[in-house]
Design a binder for this molecule. Structure first.
Ligand SMILES: Cc1cc2nc3c(=O)[nH]c(=O)nc-3n(C[C@H](O)[C@H](O)[C@H](O)COP(=O)(O)O)c2cc1C
Length: 233
């Protein structure tokens, strides 16, 4: 949570394509929408390029499989990196995830981030009723690009990306992700132009509706929600 009036946005960048990335392009429009909806609050955007993130190591896996955390974590270990990434996520008022579909699901770079932040006893607890997220809910926006279609009657491939991301985020308490998609990017220039236009229209409509006061009582609105229960309070 930001201490001042500033709205802190954490943007995850999962595409390996740098500035040419379609999901990154779509996420710029999402950021514009957030700015329009923020009611004049200045935005502070932190970009995290996930392509440089290492996979979790053996000691991290042992800690997660055990009954207690080791204290303190070794410098440069996955555990230390996990602490840092969870702190960073927790400080954000809004999370934006710019990601392509890779083989029907999330790219491995985004999976590596998820493996670091979904952490038992820290961001969720395991109970007889199931896993209970410990982070405060906040607006989460996914800007997703795919070479083929993933929604509608003409989609000819499974979409594990959105259901998986929804489940992983809900595990830590982020329960209301909103997804935008630019689909069919592999279809050539005409198809790509149409896909971009449809995606932009969806983003515009979504944030216009919110700016005009509709659907403003859920965690997607930008009021500051207190109540984090983890040790990252
Ligand atoms: C390793 C890899 C796997 C991919 N798998 C899929 C897929 O399963 N379905 C799909 O529609 N597109 C797939 N694509 C295409 C990308 O989703 C598409 O090019 C997307 O627009 C890239 O977004 P970006 O520019 O943000 O990286 C794949 C691309 C790569 C590199």
């Amino acid at each position: 949570m930001s201490p001042s009036n500033t709205l802190c946005v954490l943007r995850l960048i999962a595409s390996p394509r740098g500035a040419e990335s379609e999901s990154l392009r779509l996420s710029h429009q999402v950021l514009d929408g957030i700015a329009r909806q923020s009611g004049g609050r200045p935005l502070s955007v932190t970009d995290l390029d996930l392509n440089t993130l290492a996979h979790v190591d053996g000691s991290y896996a042992r800690v997660l499989a055990g009954s207690a955390d080791v204290d303190p974590p070794q410098p440069a270990s996955s555990l230390q990196r996990s602490d840092n990434l969870i702190h960073q996520l927790d400080r954000a008022d809004v999370l934006v995830i710019a990601t392509p579909m890779h083989n029907y699901g999330v790219p491995s770079a985004l999976k590596a981030w998820i493996d670091h932040i979904v952490r038992i006893r820290v961001t969720f607890n395991s109970t007889p009723q199931g896993k209970v997220g410990l982070l405060r809910d906040r607006p989460v926006y996914g800007a997703i690009s795919s070479g083929g279609l993933i929604t509608g009657d003409r989609a000819r491939q499974p979409d594990f990306l959105r259901p998986y991301l929804k489940a992983a985020l809900a595990t830590v308490g982020l329960n209301h992700p909103q997804f935008f998609t630019v689909e069919g990017t592999a279809g050539g220039d005409v198809e790509l132009a149409g896909a971009r236009a449809r995606a932009e229209e969806h983003v515009m409509e979504f944030f216009s509706a919110r700016s005009s006061g509709q659907a403003n009582s859920d965690p997607q609105s930008f009021s500051v929600i207190d109540g984090i229960q983890s040790r990252f309070r």
